[in-house]
Design a protein. Structure first.
Length: 392
């Protein structure tokens, strides 16, 4: 999950957008069987590996974009690698073929560890590879939160305790970001980056860290995880929630609010509330999750709003709607994801290489001459694999 794609949302008429009609969406999903979604995930993964994966000789790293330009780093930043890891875990869950991806999934997590910097007192996953493979980078707390969530996915898939331990380690990293200055407007919230120059407390890092804490509590039952999950979730709810399911991007230390809306901020709050309900039995969290899902769908399904969002943000959103759907089924959740996936497969994929290309924002119409990115290729793999394994 990442910090920011920079584009204004385009507003379009409701008619003509594939996902604007539940009936049309349902019809397309009936035609597209789970095996077709699985096939699309497989061929998209093959394209990722062929064009962006750099191979064992390069430590299992990926390019940020292809074709790589001379001024770009030789390898990707942390965030795209995390999404490639998440996509590979999803591939390993595909019915019938998942085992063939187990080795790849294990390699992704070995490679992720190359970004870990054990610097004295403030360890964490750097935004870029530390020495000797790179020049290092800042510790972005949102990056670290999603790395932790991916460790938990791999832990649930394999049962290997190392992944749980590393998820707990990232909880300790993101916890440093909590702002306890009571003098600031709307006190609390998690910093975006571990830097004395940070001025922003953001919905993404706070919501995703709350989700990490909630999932750790669901597994281990440690009350410190529950306390953090509740505190972080409630800050987003009280300080950034504009309306049901819609969360402003961030609040600066001077009180200025960035009111940009992103689908993954909607998703993180839905997923956190659902996980808290499942872990605690407190029905109020389920009610909040449903309210946010209903409100966010009403907004995001209008016109081209989903289409204009970065593909990776939509991958987060749909994944969290699936989490809620397991507890309180609603056909609209899958229908929306299926309609988006169908149109993106049709309109944003370049058939000659199987790569998805978007506008510079990571969303919008096909840009055939653009570089293809590990980040958004991985997003589409996640969406297709999610539809293939969705039990609904």
């Amino acid at each position: 999950m990442k910090t920011s794609a920079r584009t204004a949302l385009a507003l379009a008429v409701l008619s003509g957008a594939l996902w604007a009609s539940p009936a049309a969406a349902a019809g397309h999903d009936r035609q597209t069987t789970p095996s077709t979604w699985a096939h699309r995930a497989e061929v998209s993964y093959d394209s990722l590996q062929q064009h962006l994966y750099q191979g064992p000789q390069e430590h299992g790293l990926y390019l940020e974009k292809t074709p790589r330009t001379e001024e770009e780093n030789p390898h990707s930043y942390l965030w795209p690698l995390r999404e490639a890891a998440a996509a590979t875990v999803d591939m390993a869950e595909l019915p019938g073929v998942g085992e063939r991806y187990d080795h790849d999934a294990a390699e992704r997590f070995t490679t992720l560890r190359l970004y870990f910097n054990p610097r004295d007192g403030r360890p964490g996953y750097d935004s870029y590879l530390p020495a000797p493979l790179g020049q290092g980078g800042d510790v972005f707390y949102d990056d670290n939160a999603v790395v932790g969530l991916t460790f938990l996915d791999q832990y649930r898939a394999t049962g290997e305790s190392l992944y749980l331990e590393r998820a707990a380690e990232t909880f300790g990293v993101v916890g440093r970001g909590w702002d306890d200055d009571p003098a600031k407007p709307c006190p609390g919230g998690l910093h975006w980056v571990d830097s004395p120059d940070n001025y922003m407390r953001a919905a993404n890092v706070t919501g995703l860290s709350a989700q990490l804490a909630a999932e750790l509590y669901a597994i281990e039952g440690d009350d410190r995880y529950l306390a953090s999950a509740k505190k972080w979730y409630e800050w987003n709810w009280s300080c950034l929630r504009r309306s049901p399911g819609l969360y402003d991007n961030s609040r600066d230390d001077d009180g200025t609010v960035n009111d940009t809306l992103w689908t993954y901020n909607s998703g993180a709050m839905i997923g956190t509330a659902t996980t808290l309900y499942r872990a605690t039995g407190d029905r109020s969290y389920l009610d909040r999750a449903v309210e946010d899902a209903t409100g966010s769908l009403a907004y995001w399904k209008q016109g081209d709003r989903l289409h204009e969002q970065p593909a990776i943000f939509n991958a987060f959103y749909f994944d969290n709607l699936r989490i809620l759907n397991e507890v309180r089924p609603d056909r609209a959740y899958r229908e929306t994801a299926a309609a988006y996936a169908e149109q993106t497969w049709k309109d944003n994929r370049t058939p000659s290489d199987g790569l998805f290309r978007f506008q510079p924002s990571g969303g919008g119409d096909h840009a055939p001459d653009a570089q293809a990115e590990t980040l958004h290729q991985s997003a589409m793999i996640q969406i297709f694999a999610g539809l293939a394994t969705d039990r609904s």
